[in-house]
Design a protein around this ligand. Structure first.
Ligand code: HEM
Length: 150
């Protein structure tokens, strides 16, 4: 596959990954703040669906296309490569943790049919996982465009 086509796929998957992730988090957070149980339940289910069909495949596509592009540019195993991989790994761990919390939240709200103390507690953790994950993704965008290392 030629370089520009691979890069196009890489950028489209980044758009899908960050866009779906940020959009889902935005709607879930503000729906939760409004406190309507049945709306929270519906939005939570849709967020989990979006993570399954859009975010998860794009995370893997991102990594594969990124490594192939790096290989084509001869940047593999350099400082930039390892820093990008390191930050991507942190983003991945935070995101997986948040995704599992969403599954727990769904279980709680379906069983209790109310927003319990445990639900509030998990929502706080989910929020504090999401913020650094999003900021670290912005750092990756910066590293992609400017090719800087730290
Ligand atoms: C959150 C994850 C990532 C995002 C948001 C992202 C985003 C982007 C964007 C927007 C570009 C276009 C930059 C430009 O043309 O100036 C790009 C290019 C590129 N990315 Fe990523 N990327 C991510 C992960 C990765 C990973 C894990 C690797 C592999 C180590 C990688 C390797 C590359 C390479 C080699 C290019 C081509 C740069 C060039 O044409 O000079 N990316 N990425």
């Amino acid at each position: 596959m030629n370089f520009p086509l691979l890069k196009l796929i890489h950028i489209l998957s980044a758009t899908l990954m960050i866009g779906t992730g940020f959009g889902s988090a935005f709607y879930l957070f503000f729906t939760y703040k409004k406190g309507n149980v049945s709306t929270v339940k519906d939005v939570l289910k849709l967020v989990i669906l979006a993570d399954t069909i859009f975010t998860t495949p794009s995370v893997f596509l991102q990594l594969v296309t990124g490594v192939l592009l790096t290989e084509m540019l001869g940047l593999t195993f350099g400082k930039w490569f390892w820093q990008v991989m390191g930050i991507s790994f942190i983003v991945f761990v935070l995101w997986v943790r948040a995704a599992f919390i969403q599954l727990k939240l769904r279980k709680i709200i379906e069983a209790e049919n109310e927003i319990t103390e445990e639900f509030h507690r998990l929502m706080r953790i989910w929020f504090y996982l999401g913020v650094p994950s999003f900021l670290a993704s912005m750092v990756i965008y910066y590293m992609m465009v400017f090719k800087v290392t730290f």
